[in-house]
Design a binder for this molecule. Structure first.
Ligand SMILES: Nc1ncnc2c1ncn2[C@@H]1O[C@H](COP(=O)(O)OP(=O)(O)OP(=O)(O)O)[C@@H](O)[C@H]1O
Ligand SMILES: [Mg+2]
Length: 353
């Protein structure tokens, strides 16, 4: 696997802001993630329907000796988009080059990568919704006809030169499919949304991670962590590590249900997996805006959070779990949201969060 460049600024920012995942150095975090990242479909838990269609597409491509269609994966952070790209490369027996849209700012960045590709290779572009117009236009003929349209000369003597490229597969990943331009989206043969994971699936993820890290965990202990992992394997893995520290230092080294629950309570992660920021969002909307609707910018300003962090990291799970609702006039706390915080709709609370 070649990592061409990796613009992690935004993700690093998210990590600094997110109480579940801060306290860890980014480097350590990346090494940890890579060490437990599944490499095969067998180890890649959940996303069953997606895996089945992918396996068929991969077999068909191999039989015909053709590269796989370009693929687009979208969905909230930590659900396994990057991991899946690696699994596909492994299954295709292909090399993968990894980059992200913010590092393809100048035309020569994207041209350079495209020209460096070998036949059958996979190009993975993370945060593909952030690709600029020029880069997108370079990508269109590359995706469609495996060629680059280069212009030479100036004004009246300008000539377009078509340079052939080897056949490759582009895998794009984004947390914001809605921000992708129509023409770019249309050039992907397979578009798939990754789903949040069930408690049973996350329990499997957690047991696998514990095995790799050589941590003892009971079935109930794994389930207790799974329930508070917001449907997200990345969070599940981080929580295993946190809880393991508690198990070793404060208990007898085994993650049981009790150890998991007590440790997660201490870490301020509630039964829904909400952390302090999530609860602050709900409390703010209830206490200051009578439950909403209120604009995301207003919420971000009041909490000194970044709009993107709220939209990408906090909101998807709050929406998915039905605690928050998105309306044309802004965000609203649902009756379940009130119930979760032990508050009643209509009674504007005076205290702050
Ligand atoms: N299906 C899965 N089975 C087991 N572990 C998984 C699965 N999906 C993801 N993980 C674990 O979760 C971690 C995060 O996954 P990954 O980096 O692929 O998420 P992502 O969707 O690319 O996130 P982002 O949007 O932030 O780039 C990985 O290190 C991996 O160990
Ligand atoms: Mg990723």
């Amino acid at each position: 696997m070649t990592i061409i460049s990796d613009d992690n600024n935004i993700k690093n920012k998210r990590r600094e802001k997110n109480p579940i995942i801060k306290n860890e150095s980014i480097e350590y975090d990346k090494t940890f993630e890579n060490s437990i990242r599944p490499k095969t479909f067998e180890d890649y838990i959940g996303q069953t329907a997606l895996k089945e269609t992918l396996k068929i597409s991969i077999e068909a491509a191999k039989l015909r000796n053709k590269p796989l269609d370009h693929l687009l994966f979208y969905g909230p952070p930590g659900l396994g988009k990057t991991t899946l790209a690696g699994v596909i490369a492994e299954q295709m027996g292909a090399d993968i080059k990894i980059t992200s849209a913010p590092s393809l700012e100048r035309p020569r960045d994207i041209i350079g990568i495209l020209m460096s590709l070998k036949g059958g290779e996979i190009l993975f572009i993370d945060e593909i919704h952030r690709l600029n117009k020029v880069a997108e236009e370079i990508l269109y003929p590359a995706m469609e006809d495996f060629s680059l349209d280069m212009t030479t000369g100036k004004s009246q003597t300008v000539k377009t030169l078509r340079v052939p490229l080897p056949k490759f597969t582009l895998i794009g990943a984004t947390t914001k499919a809605g921000e992708l331009s129509g023409p770019l989206r249309d050039r992907f043969g397979i578009i798939h949304r990754l789903q949040f994971y069930t408690v049973a699936e996350l329990t499997q993820v957690i047991k696998r991670t514990a095995r790799i890290l050589d941590i003892q965990i009971t079935e109930e202990g794994a389930k207790a962590i799974a329930k508070r992992s917001r449907g997200t394997p990345r969070i599940a893995n981080r929580l295993v590590k946190r809880v393991a520290d508690f198990a070793i230092i404060k208990y007898d080294g085994v993650i049981t249900e009790e150890v998991a629950s007590k440790s997660l309570d201490t870490l301020n992660i509630d039964e829904f997996g909400l952390d302090t920021t999530d609860r602050a969002i709900l409390n703010l909307i209830i206490d200051k805006y009578d439950g909403g609707p209120v604009g995301i910018e207003t919420i971000a300003a009041a909490l000194s959070e970044d709009v993107r962090t709220l939209e990408d990291v906090c909101e998807p799970y709050l929406l998915q779990s039905g605690l928050l609702q998105r309306t044309p006039r802004g965000r609203k706390v649902s009756p379940e949201g009130y119930r979760h915080l032990g508050k009643k709709p209509g009674n504007q609370q005076q205290h702050l969060f």
